[in-house]
Design a protein around this ligand. Structure first.
Ligand SMILES: [Zn+2]
Length: 445
C-alpha cells in the first residue's frame, strides 16, 4: 500500500490484504514451531520474504533477567504404533499430536503407562488439544477423546525422535526507521505449531502492518518483534535494556482472526496515549468492541508491562483466549480464521497508527476572535456533503483549541469528533495560513 492508501485504504485493498494474510497463514500452518528450533527459523525465513527481517540467535544458557535461554528443541518424527506396527497417533497427521518440547523417547509401554502421557478434551471429543512441556522434563501425546476411547489394552511402541540440546533461541526483528527515533513496538509470538488464531493471525497481521508501514512515510520508527512467547520478549528486553526507553507506544497482536468483536486490553498504565487512541478508534469504528483493563496474565504485554519497564504497550485481539473453546485445540484451524476478519483487524491497527503518526500540535495564527472563514472560501471548500456540519464544527474546534496546549488527538476527544475529521480540518487551516505546527510539541496529552 502507498502512503495515501495507508490513511484511507479502500475496501478492496483491505479485502485483498485479508486474502494475502490468509495465504501466509496457509503457508506457515504445516510448520512445527516451538519456542526454539528450526520451526521458528523456517517461519522467520518465510516472513522475511514479505518484510526485511533481522534474525537473531541467542545461545542456550544465556541469562536473561530471571530466566535462562533453554535447550533448543527439534523434532524429526513422533508416533505411537500398535502391535501390528500401525502408527495410530502420528505427528505426520498433526503437529499437535506430540506434546511440544517432549524429550526424546523410544520405548514399548503398556496401555496403562501410555495413558499417563496422553492428553484429550472429553468435552470436545473430536478435537486434539495443544500441550507444551517447555520447562519440565517430560513427554506426551495429544489425541481426540474419541480415539482415546478406542485404544485397546495392548503394548504400544512410543517414538519421539527429537533433540533437546544446547543450541539457540531464535527471533526476528524488523526495524523501520522514521523521522524520529521514538519507537512504536509491535510484537507477536511465533511459537505455536499449526494453530491459527493463536498465533498465526498475529504473525500475519504484524507482517502486513510492517509491509504497509515499510512503503510509507513514517514519523515514528517502528520495531516489529516476532518472538517466542514469554522467553522471547524477556530475552529481547534483557539484550536491549539500554534502548527500551525509545519505545513510546506499542501493541501486542494476538488472536486477531476469529469472528468475535475486537478486544483491546490496556497497558498497565491504563491511560497511556496508545490506550486512548485504541479506545478512540474502536469507538469510531462502528463495530462492536470491548476494552478490558490490564491484568498480569495473557500474552507478552505481561513482559513489556512488567514494573521495571512499564511500557505503554497494550494488547489488541478479537475474542480473548479464555473465551473461545477452539483455543489451543485442533479446531483453531485455517477455517476458524477468515480473510475478512484479518483484513478488519489490520485496518483497525492501521487506523490507530495513523492517529499516532498524524497527532501533532498546532498554534492558531489568528487567536483574537474567530478568523473569518467565509471570506477565505473555507465553508465552500469543504461543504456540500452530509458531513458538512461536522466538518465546519471541526474547523471551529481546531481553531479554538490550537492554543499550543492541545494536540489534534486532544481536540478529537474533547469535540467528540473522529480524529480523521479533526486532522483534515487542521490540514485545511494550515493551507490557509491559519495554523502553524508547534515543532516538538506533538504529544501534549
Ligand atoms: Zn497460546
Amino acid at each position: 500500500m502507498s502512503h495515501t492508501d495507508l490513511n484511507s485504504p479502500t475496501f478492496s485493498q483491505i479485502a485483498d490484504a485479508g486474502k494475502e494474510m490468509h495465504r501466509l497463514m496457509e503457508d506457515l500452518f504445516p510448520i512445527c514451531r516451538s519456542i526454539t528450533g528450526n520451526g521458528v527459523r523456517e517461519t522467520l525465513r518465510r516472513i522475511g520474504q514479505h518484510v526485511p527481517l533481522d534474525v537473531r540467535e541467542v545461545p542456550t544458557g544465556t541469562q536473561v533477567f530471571d530466566w535462562v535461554v533453554p535447550n533448543e528443541w527439534n523434532i524429526a518424527d513422533a508416533y505411537v504404533s500398535d502391535t501390528k506396527g500401525n502408527r495410530i497417533i502420528d505427528i505426520r497427521k498433526s503437529n499437535l499430536h506430540v506434546v511440544n518440547y517432549s524429550r526424546p523417547i523410544r520405548a514399548t509401554v503398556a496401555l496403562s503407562e501410555l495413558k499417563e502421557h496422553l492428553h484429550t478434551i472429553p468435552e470436545h471429543p473430536d478435537w486434539i488439544p495443544y500441550r507444551t512441556s517447555y520447562y519440565s522434563d517430560n513427554w506426551g501425546f495429544c489425541l481426540s477423546h474419541k480415539q482415546f476411547l478406542e485404544l485397546k489394552d495392548e503394548a504400544y511402541q512410543v517414538v519421539i525422535d527429537a533433540t533437546l540440546e544446547s543450541g539457540h533461541l531464535t527471533y526476528g526483528e524488523c526495524y523501520l526507521p522514521g523521522e524520529i527515533s521514538d519507537e512504536v513496538l509491535i510484537s507477536c509470538h511465533v511459537c505455536h505449531p499449526s494453530l491459527c488464531n493463536d498465533n498465526l493471525s498475529g504473525i500475519a497481521v504484524a507482517t502486513f502492518l510492517a509491509k504497509a508501514l515499510g512503503s510509507s512515510h513514517r514519523r515514528y520508527s517502528y520495531r516489529f518483534l516476532f518472538v517466542p512467547g514469554t522467553i522471547g520478549p524477556i530475552t529481547w528486553l534483557a539484550l536491549n535494556a539500554a534502548q527500551v526507553s525509545r519505545i513510546k507506544h506499542g501493541l501486542v497482536l494476538t488472536g486477531v482472526g476469529d469472528s468475535g468483536p475486537f478486544t483491546y486490553k490496556t497497558s498497565r498504565q491504563g491511560n497511556a496515549l496508545i490506550d486512548q487512541i485504541m479506545s478512540h478508534t474502536l469507538r469510531h469504528s462502528g463495530k462492536p468492541y470491548s476494552i478490558i483493563e490490564f491484568f498480569p496474565y495473557g500474552y507478552d504485554e505481561r513482559q513489556y508491562c512488567s514494573p521495571g519497564f512499564d511500557l505503554s504497550v497494550g494488547c489488541f485481539m478479537r475474542t480473548p483466549h479464555s473465551q473461545y473453546p477452539e483455543y489451543h485445540t485442533s479446531a483453531d484451524n485455517l477455517a476458524f480464521v477468515q480473510p475478512d476478519q484479518l483484513g478488519d483487524s489490520l485496518f483497525q491497527c492501521l487506523t490507530a497508527l495513523m492517529v499516532l503518526e498524524n497527532n501533532r500540535t498546532f498554534l492558531n495564527q489568528n487567536p483574537y476572535g474567530e478568523p473569518q472563514l467565509g471570506k477565505r472560501g473555507l465553508y465552500k471548500q469543504i461543504g456540500g456533503d452530509s458531513d458538512k456540519a461536522k466538518k465546519e464544527m471541526a474547523l471551529l474546534w481546531v481553531l479554538n483549541l490550537c492554543d499550543g496546549r492541545h494536540s489534534l488527538f486532544d481536540i478529537a476527544e474533547r469535540s467528540g469528533q473522529k480524529f480523521e475529521t479533526v486532522h483534515a480540518a487542521a490540514e485545511i487551516l494550515v493551507e490557509h495560513g491559519l495554523l502553524k505546527e508547534l515543532p516538538g510539541a506533538s504529544e501534549v496529552c
